[in-house]
Design a protein around this ligand. Sequence first.
Ligand SMILES: Nc1nc2c(ncn2[C@@H]2O[C@H](COP(=O)(O)OP(=O)(O)O)[C@@H](O)[C@H]2O)c(=O)[nH]1
Ligand SMILES: [Mg+2]
Length: 209
Amino acid sequence: MALKIESGQFIRSAVSEADFLDDGYPQVAFVGRSNVGKSSLLNRLLGRKSLARISSTPGRTRAINYFLINSSFYFVDLPGFGYAKVSKQVRRDWARLTEKYFESVSDPTRVIQLVDAKVGATNLDREAAEYFDSLGVPTTVVATKIDKVPRSKQIRQLKAIRNQLMLSNDSALIPFSAVRGDGVKELWREIGSFLQHPSSSHQATLGAS
Ligand SMILES: Nc1nc2c(ncn2[C@@H]2O[C@H](COP(=O)(O)OP(=O)(O)O)[C@@H](O)[C@H]2O)c(=O)[nH]1
Ligand SMILES: [Mg+2]
């Protein structure tokens, strides 16, 4: 069943913990390296070009951007990590904000981790996957820009990403193209099943520590 987007609304940018939202709505958090295709994916999922563009306006690329969808759940656009052009200090600040987000959020959270299908999973992607795993946050991996990988190489490339991220065989790896629309239905299905049964494993893990 495809979720119908009735409304999507930019709520706020958070640059520090004080601005985080934790008000009872489930949160679907999107993460990935800069340039991985996150804005394009969000635009494609929401069918609203103007929404994800908000995240790329100056001052907001390093922030956590919250969008309220259908007045019932959040899309949380986390800052892109591993952007080569920024200083180490700025990179650390980004990592810190993301860590603070996961440490403080108590609402059910699901991570959608984006990996570039053509580039494959980098060390940073792998570190991120290990981090979410250590937190016990359920993660769905999306291989973006699949249209850039020749059909004959897709299976091999997806398998490589699985290995690099040490994904178990039963966890989803969704090939996605913002250009062609591949994977849109599959990703909405994943998000929809999370929203129907928001997992409590994240809180259980955090509560235990
Ligand atoms: N061929 C192709 N290019 C894409 C796709 N998604 C994004 N891109 C391109 O990749 C670049 C980065 O995309 P963007 O969505 O801004 O990435 P972000 O930095 O993660 O938000 C842009 O030039 C996009 O046009 C895709 O599915 N297929
Ligand atoms: Mg972007």
